[in-house]
Design a protein around this ligand. Structure first.
Ligand code: FAD
Length: 492
């Protein structure tokens, strides 16, 4: 036990050292008070309830990377520079404060209800005990309560929301990593290790495809950002809808865990635009996607429960179908619609799916198959490495036609036309659905229209080597439109 006062730095979805305002504040507090910093991560039910298989895999790697980075920063040889705890965050923080000379606690803010309720409660308890307790803005460019309509309410539509954001003071410059941090070196009762978190894939290691594609951790995030800015941002505006070209940033899982901040990304994209005259359009298209992330968090913060309650009340009356067989076929990428199956298999294999394809697979599920958007959300929550408490439910409500600024339910994506437009040569389908590799371009997105001779030449037997479509496109579309009418009648 030491007598030097301790500042606890409570890491949550901000697993980085650079541009981390709470860490900077904790380090400053420790310097000014001749104290030390105790970095902690607590796997509490609020966090574990939000994890699926793929995000668990990511979190384990990210925590290990952060632990090493903290050890380097604090000049520590310990394997446990980041102290891990499992259980109720309030109980654990109180116990740490009971047993050690803790005088201050710092964290960066989160915006989902379980987190905000937990944090408010913890802040008031710690402050009642006389501790300094500070929360910081780090994970959003604009606080949800700072962006208001002319009449002072929150926004429901993206474009005016983003226009209002742009009228606010621009996002501050990112902060550097603190020069050094004096770490608390003593034992802390109740501390555990990463294996006790039970995050690794089980019973077999199914994560090889995720490992090949991503490098969790702050360094992986920075490499990803700079590769994107150097090589791909130039084509982003034009090509971002093309899954057959890898053009987008793939920063979403890094943002999900806060391994990089939106400030770092926002400024990197703006510097690129300043340095490359004529490239302002592509940079601002990319930045506007960060704007969507801001918007989904704005909606999450103000909504009752984005995961379960449709924002448009009439959708409580939608006649969803209980169709476990079709749901399973969709999950496994066996729907018989090539672009859908390619996306679902990419997801299963890598933990990621291109945005355009997410929209197509989502539309097939909730419209042609009439399966509840919550089933799609649950599958994405389990399989996406970027599964995010704001973006995922928001996007599923958007696809389901029941969310904020949503695509109207009666606008139904045709997976053949979408495939022909955004994967014109079928390269994406060929990559993920190898049984269709030899189909000619003309039929790659609609093998059921090919003649028996063409199918035979491509080695495809529908219903055997590749499934027949789960439903006719026209039939599915009409059924969806009827269901929509039924809902409107039921809702009065
Ligand atoms: P880029 O195009 O490079 O965009 C940069 C960043 O902007 C992204 O990393 C992301 O943080 C943000 N962004 C981009 N598009 C969107 C969008 N439509 N909505 C909100 N933010 C966006 N995104 C998630 O991060 N987590 C999810 O769980 C998630 N679930 C989705 C579910 C469905 C059904 C759909 C249609 C979309 C979902 N998205 C989700 C949004 C989007 O598909 C991903 O953010 C994007 O594909 C990530 O790839 P990227 O990083 O290369 O994006």
């Amino acid at each position: 036990m030491t007598d030097r006062p301790i500042a606890v730095m409570w890491f949550r979805n901000d697993l980085r050292l650079s541009d981390n305002p709470a860490l900077i504040a904790a380090a400053k507090w420790a310097r000014e008070n001749n104290g030390t910093v105790l970095p902690v991560f607590i796997l509490d039910p609020v966090i574990s309830d939000q994890l699926g298989g793929a995000t668990k895999w990511w979190l384990e790697k990210s925590l290990s990377a952060l632990n090493k980075d903290i050890a380097k920063l604090g000049d520590s040889k310990s394997d446990h520079a980041l102290r891990l705890f499992k259980g109720n965050a309030k109980t654990i923080l109180e116990r740490i404060a009971d047993e050690n000379p803790v005088q201050a606690v710092f964290w960066n803010r989160l915006y989902d209800k379980p987190s905000t309720e937990r944090d408010t409660d913890i802040k008031s308890i710690l402050q009642d005990r006389g501790l300094t307790c500070e929360s910081h803005k780090a994970n959003l460019l604009f606080e949800p309560w700072d962006v208001k309509t002319g009449s002072g309410t929150d926004f429901k539509v993206y474009s005016p929301f983003w226009r209002a954001c742009q009228k606010l003071p621009p996002p501050r410059e990112p902060h550097a990593v603190p020069d050094s941090v004096s770490l608390f070196k003593g034992e802390v009762y109740g501390q555990t290790n990463i294996t006790d978190f039970d995050l690794a894939p089980k019973p077999v290691d199914w994560a090889g495809g995720l490992d090949d594609r991503f490098t969790p951790g702050e360094q992986g995030a920075k490499d990803q950002l700079f590769d994107f800015i150097d090589d791909r941002l130039t084509d982003y505006a034009e090509m971002r809808d093309r899954p057959d070209h890898r053009v987008t940033s793939e920063l979403s899982p890094h943002l999900r865990f806060g391994e990089i901040s939106p400030y770092q990304i926002w400024h990197a994209a703006n510097h690129y635009a300043d340095a490359n005259p004529g490239k302002g359009k592509t940079a601002s298209k990319f930045i506007s996607e960060l704007g969507w992330r801001e918007f989904t968090h704005h909606i999450l913060y103000h909504a009752t429960d984005l995961r379960t309650v449709p924002l448009q009340g009439q959708f409580k009356h939608f006649p969803w179908s209980e169709d476990a067989k079709s749901l399973r076929a969709w999950q496994k990428g066996h729907t018989g619609f090539p672009i859908v199956d390619a996306g679902m298999r990419e997801l299963w294999h890598t933990g990621y799916m291109h945005n355009r394809v997410r929209m197509i697979v989502g539309s097939i599920l909730v419209k042609h198959l009439l399966i509840h958007w919550r089933d799609g959300l649950a599958w994405f929550d389990d399989t996406l490495v970027d599964a995010c408490p704001a973006n995922n439910p928001f996007s599923w409500q958007w696809i389901g036609g029941c969310g904020a600024d949503a695509t109207p339910y009666f606008r139904i994506f045709n997976p053949v036309l979408q495939g022909e437009k955004f994967d014109p040569k079928g390269d994406y389908v060929r990559q993920w659905v190898p049984e269709l590799r030899d189909m000619p371009e003309q039929y790659i997105h609609k093998p059921w229209e090919a003649s028996p001779l063409i199918l035979k030449a491509a080695g495809v037997t529908l219903g055997k080597t590749y499934p027949e479509p789960l439903i006719g496109l026209k039939e599915g579309r009409e059924r969806a439109l009827h269901a929509y009418q039924d809902m409107k009648q039921a809702a009065g």
